[in-house]
Design a protein around this ligand. Structure first.
Ligand SMILES: [Mn+2]
Length: 265
């Protein structure tokens, strides 16, 4: 949580939000380029960032055993460690593809792990932050799968599987889930009345009218809409093909695309 008063001179550092890199996906042919680009972006903001919020599904499949973590992601994990060593707050939200993150990322990379949506104050404004899966979504089969994935007994049973099968199964599941969504053309904005996260946020502010910003990942679309006079809702796109992020300087919030070679805020 970043505190501080809005300064007229705005010499405060920025807060960044991004999500859905799905690193390690077997369905993404340009995986290495994608990871390098993400790392270059994180490197480019390390002096300017007070905090970075990773809003879920940074990994396509992450399953952490007591003494074993998945192969790969060394550039990304190294950059997270560098950022937190520099004193940048890095918040890591689990999504529906990397639910099974426990203490490794906290202990090894110094991130602050969030397994649920949070509300937090940043530079005097109230933020609701979540990956977004399961919020306002009435899909019964998704709900069932989500309940199984979050179930402690199922997690214990899955952990007892040798990673040879466990991780392979997970990577295949994630790949097919990605392809299925692509084939169904799910990555399309449904409109305010049909978009689950918009509906969820509209209901939520009735009880919590003090929220200034709702930020979500999960949908792989870019969205920036006004819900109320002072309330905005943003969906952050992705880091597969869009390379989008939100940046907040305490006064202004922008949804940006990371373009290599350009100097971005
Ligand atoms: Mn997701």
């Amino acid at each position: 949580m970043v505190n501080g008063q809005c300064s007229m001179f705005n010499d405060m550092k920025n807060v960044y939000f991004l999500s859905d890199a799905h690193l390690g996906s077997l369905a993404i042919p340009h995986a290495r380029m994608q990871e390098r680009r993400l790392v270059r972006f994180l490197d480019s903001i390390k002096e300017k960032a007070a905090a970075i919020y990773l809003l879920g599904d940074m990994f396509d499949f992450w399953y952490e055993y007591k003494n074993v973590v998945p192969k790969g992601f060394t550039r990304f994990l190294g950059k997270l460690s560098e950022l937190t060593d520099l004193g940048v707050e890095v918040h890591f939200f689990t999504g529906n593809h990397d639910i099974w993150a426990y203490e490794y990322l906290e202990k090894e990379c110094g991130v602050i792990l969030h397994k649920k949506p949070i509300t937090t104050e940043i530079y005097g404004h109230e933020f609701f932050l979540a990956h977004g899966d399961g919020l306002g979504d009435p899909d019964a089969s998704f709900k069932l799968l989500r309940a199984i994935f979050h179930n402690k007994v199922c997690q214990w049973l899955f952990s007892a599987l040798h990673p040879r099968w466990g991780i392979s199964f997970g990577l295949q599941w994630a790949k097919h889930s990605y392809i299925k969504h692509k084939e169904r053309n799910d990555v399309v904005y449904l409109g305010e009345d049909k978009e689950h996260l918009v509906r969820y946020a509209r209901e939520y502010i009735e009880e919590h009218p003090d929220i200034d910003y709702f930020l979500f990942g999960h949908r792989h679309i870019e969205l920036d809409i006004k819900l109320e006079r002072h309330t905005r809702l943003m969906i952050l796109g992705d880091w597969i093909s869009q390379f989008t992020y939100a940046v907040y300087d305490g006064e202004h919030m922008f949804l940006e695309e990371y373009v290599e070679g350009e100097s971005q805020p």
